[in-house]
Design a protein around this ligand. Structure first.
Ligand code: MN
Length: 320
């Protein structure tokens, strides 16, 4: 793999850079992309951030997130490099997948072990968040870490670690977070906006969903389901289900948890978590992926069939 130094030297030679967050962007994709953009701008490199989905409301408290573009009229040949951020596979770039695959100079800067190395230059380092990878790059290029950049990177770390609670947290996570606090990151405000704050509609959907969790294998497997009608009844948005799975994993008997969200009629997006079992392998059965303890996939078909298939796959990975 290319080193941080080699990657940084290459990036600094670019004339104009387009950064891409993955579709349905999270705080890490947004935070690490926007931070890299500001730093490259500071080095005189014209940089723009794109994402094929809108930035979720809860991240908009950081001003730079307002500059993320959803559309582009050109074919990106006017950019010297296209860089995918926090993006494990090409198709997660959504509407920009085609343009990315056609461009002759592409990079992937990511922390997912499942990254398929789809770019010409792939920098994949297994840190707890991609924001830490970007922080390492910014340190390498001696970028000025403004308060805004510190907040964006801290948001990436905070959201990908579930507020420093997930198993991916290690001492390096805290070292980076501590440095970002020294650069002015406001952890309290970031935590409130990304985790605590919610709409009335989300609170209603949360209660509804948790009141009907289904258990299998003596409670070792738990499945929370959100159907289309749950969204229409509560008026909550799909993006507001983030964090639901974390609540499920708090149940003491549960070894593997899943949140099944019906995104369209008979189309399900599955979030998987575990306390030790390999849910990356479970997701892979359905063509998905992610990390060992947190991954995701999609299943199409009748709801009960989807649950059956999922429980069958998960059962192979729980203890006897
Ligand atoms: Mn990430």
């Amino acid at each position: 793999m290319i080193t941080v130094k080699e990657l940084s030297e290459k990036l600094l030679k670019e004339k104009r850079v387009a950064l891409f967050c993955h579709a349905r962007p999270d705080g890490d994709a947004i935070g690490s992309a926007c931070a890299l953009k500001l730093a490259l701008n500071g080095k005189g490199i014209d940089t723009v951030v794109f994402c094929s989905d809108a930035v979720p409301q809860k991240f908009l408290f950081l001003n730079e997130t307002h500059n993320i573009l959803k559309d582009y009229s050109g074919d990106f040949s006017d950019f010297s490099a296209l860089v995918a951020i926090d993006n494990a596979e090409l198709t997660r770039l959504g509407d920009f997948t085609e343009a990315f695959s056609r461009h002759k100079n592409t990079y992937s800067i990511d922390h997912h072990i499942s990254n398929t190395r789809y770019a010409k230059v792939n920098f994949v380092a297994d840190r707890s968040s991609n924001a830490e990878n970007v922080f390492a790059i910014l340190t390498e290029i001696d970028a000025e870490i403004t308060v805004e950049i510190a907040n964006l990177l801290a948001m990436g770390i905070m959201t990908d670690t579930g507020g420093f609670r997930h198993k991916n947290v290690n001492s390096a996570t805290f070292y980076d977070a501590a440095k970002l606090v020294e650069f002015g990151a406001d952890m309290n405000t970031i935590y409130y906006n990304t985790f605590t704050r919610q709409s009335k509609e989300r609170a209603l959907l949360f209660g509804k969903t948790m009141s009907k969790i289904r258990y299998f294998k003596g409670g070792k497997i738990a499945i929370a389901s959100i159907r289309m009608r749950d969204f229409s009844e509560t008026k909550a948005l799909q993006e507001e289900t983030e964090g639901f799975i974390d609540f499920v994993m708090g149940i003491d008997s549960v070894e593997i948890g899943a949140c099944i969200m019906e995104t369209d009629s008979n189309k399900f997006k599955i979030s998987l978590r575990s306390k030790g079992a390999d849910v990356n392998a479970v997701a892979a059965i359905f063509g998905g992926g992610g990390h060992k303890l947190a991954s995701g996939c999609k299943i199409t078909g009748e709801y009960e069939e989807a649950v059956d298939k999922l429980v069958f796959a998960m059962s192979k990975y729980i203890s006897d």
